[in-house]
Design a binder for this molecule. Structure first.
Ligand code: NAI
Length: 564
């Protein structure tokens, strides 16, 4: 039997063989990587769909291969050969059943699950990873990465439209939304195949399919007609979250998008009403506004981004309004209707009055909910949180069943990719007998609005709420040379110091490169570096990082470049 190359990532027709994983005479298991392919889209493994022996390797490392090319001569197991119907990788069309035993089973290959798998494999734990969709989960496929790719395109567009600020004349700038989406997909494809490559390189068995618990010790994975019964010493649930259901009349109209469908919409849009002024709502608000689309945001609470410092929230609302974004807070959306021309009418209550906004599209961004659908949790001893939302875990990420862990959004604690990854590492460490836990007080948070927002630790109000005796230091980007050269001098940094302990306990930034600056602040606060050590540290000039130095000086002698 011949194994041929039948498929490549995206629209690629050719690839280079980066590594041959098998040699003549090798026994190959189902799902084992036969070779690694390198293409413009990144690296990806070619997996065997059945048990066989390699008789002859027909290609060499470094060779270019193309779709349809013969790669291996193999002898499949008799039971396999008896069934002649083969799919594109030479696998069986009729279903197969396999029993798998492993040390660690991870369900879900998002930033929680795949990072935990890589970490576990590097620590010598035999690991099986189950995923029903693409590697990378929400973050990589329909979350963090795709939105950031679109946001970058929108920022470039905005800068070109405002080229005059840089002393440049740009004759014509055209938005091609279809191309913007395609470019985003290329980035996503590169990262997905990169993860596939890393998993295979670390000898992690990936089983594609939907997992459901049979009991505390066994999981059934179904993929079409194929079934795998997996028995593992430890299990880790990392199934993430899904877009929350909302019972809003009119939500099924064809012009209503959610944060997933909006990422695929390839037509140019003239106007959009965003329901929800949270993280997703505000990132999309600036994304669309940068593209010149008329945006209105309707937020139920009395301010945007309720999780950030009040001053930061006020600053982003002011910037949004200056940009032409309509901001309506204290606005409860009650229904969506369609007018005679097919346009959307969003009806909301504000100050006791019913009001409406019309637009071409509506984006609903009102939260995400833990994804436990189909897991058959009830067949196990795993308990949910008291409010029934998400899986309950202890400080070691352990569920009520000792050998089963849960990490990331499915626990309904903090819905952030980097928290999920960190929790995955902590859970694996605990499996290895290390007393690992996550410090949730030190989680950096970044919101990719224009300008960006980032925070770590307690903000001013949170510190006051827990009775801290605090000092606050604020420094504006207007007094930072680099920010002025970037034509992005809006915003500020704000540090919060606990006067009783003399330690910095929090920082918030709204301004250019906030997403990068927060790493320095996280390290600084997390490592308890003293004010004097920071004051005597040389910060490169001209950089946005100098605002950190200035704000720290503001806690003692006062900032040098601002005398407010
Ligand atoms: P969210 O909870 O941050 O915001 C939803 C907003 O919708 C809330 O402010 C809520 O008051 C409002 N809302 C709810 N019902 C409403 C109604 N009927 N009318 C008007 N307003 C209404 O949820 P979001 O933005 O969907 O994000 C989900 C999760 O994803 C968050 O936990 C967020 O942290 C995470 N995420 C993180 C990102 C990052 O780290 N950069 C990016 C995107 C999402």
């Amino acid at each position: 039997m011949i194994i041929k190359l039948e498929q490549l990532t995206g629209h690629e027709k050719k690839a280079k063989i980066g590594k041959l994983n098998v040699a003549e005479g090798d026994q190959v298991q189902v799902g084992q990587a036969l070779l690694q392919m390198e293409s413009k889209k990144g690296n990806s493994p070619l997996l065997s769909k059945f048990k066989c022996t390699i008789d002859k390797v027909l290609v060499e490392e470094g060779h270019e291969i193309e779709i349809g090319q013969s790669l291996f001569e193999v002898t499949a197991e008799e039971s396999v050969q008896a069934k002649p119907k083969l799919d594109y990788f030479g696998g069986l069309l009729s279903g197969k059943k396999e029993e798998v035993k492993t040390e660690l089973l991870i369900i879900g290959a998002g930033p929680g699950g795949y990072v935990a798998a890589l970490y576990a494999a590097k620590k010598g734990i035999q690991t099986v990873l189950v995923e029903k969709d693409s590697m990378g989960g929400t973050c990589l496929n329909v979350g963090c990465i795709p939105t950031k790719a679109l946001i970058k395109s929108s920022e470039v567009f905005h800068q070109l439209m405002n080229a005059d600020d840089f002393g440049l004349a740009v004759k014509e700038v055209e938005l091609d939304m279809a191309k913007v989406i395609d470019k985003k997909d290329e980035i996503k494809g590169t990262l997905v195949s990169g993860i596939e490559y890393l998993l295979s390189k670390n000898k992690i068995r990936v089983i594609k399919g939907t997992a459901s618990f049979l009991n505390d010790n066994q999981v059934l994975v179904k993929n079409g007609k194929d079934e795998y019964t997996i028995e593992s010493k430890h299990a880790l649930i990392a199934t993430g979250s899904k877009i929350s259901d909302i019972h809003l009349p009119g939500i099924d109209h064809d012009f209503v998008m959610n944060s997933t469908s909006a990422l695929e919409y390839k037509e140019n849009i003239s106007s959009v009403t965003i329901i929800g002024g949270g993280v997703i709502g505000m990132e999309f608000a600036f994304l669309y506004s940068n593209f010149g689309i008329q945006v209105n945001v309707l937020e139920f609470c009395d301010r945007l981004l309720t999780m950030v410092d009040k001053d930061v929230s006020e600053e982003i609302a002011n910037i949004a309004v200056e940009r032409g974004i309509g901001v309506y807070t204290g606005a409860k959306v009650t229904r969506i209707e369609k007018d005679q021309t097919g346009k959307a009418i969003v009806i909301f209550e504000q100050d006791g009055t019913e009001k409406f906004i019309s637009s071409e599209k509506v984006l609903v961004a009102i939260g995400r909910t833990p994804n436990i659908e189909g897991l058959d949790i009830e067949k196990t001893g795993i308990e949910l949180n008291d409010n029934g939302k998400g899986i309950a875990v202890d400080e070691h990420l352990r569920t009520s069943v000792d050998h089963i862990y849960a990490i990331g959004d499915v626990t309904n604690r903090i819905q952030l990719a980097h928290v999920a990854s960190h929790e995955g590492i902590a859970a694996v460490d605990h499996i290895l007998g290390i007393d690992a836990h996550v410090d949730y007080g030190m989680v950096p948070n970044v919101i990719f609005t224009s300008p960006e927002i980032a925070a770590i630790g307690l903000n001013e109000d949170q510190a006051k709420l827990v009775g801290k005796n605090i000092q606050v230091s604020k420094f504006p980007f207007q007094a930072n040379g680099k920010a002025l050269t970037m034509r992005e001098a809006r915003g500020f940094i704000k540090l919060v110091k606990d006067l009783d302990s003399g330690k910095m306990i929090g920082a918030s930034i709204i301004g250019p490169e906030a997403s990068a600056l927060i790493s320095t602040l996280t390290l600084m606060i997390n490592s308890n570096i003293s004010e004097s050590e920071i004051a005597h540290t040389i910060f490169a000039h001209p950089t946005t990082g100098e605002v950190i130095h200035e704000a720290v000086l503001g806690l003692s002698i006062g900032a040098l470049h601002c005398d407010e």
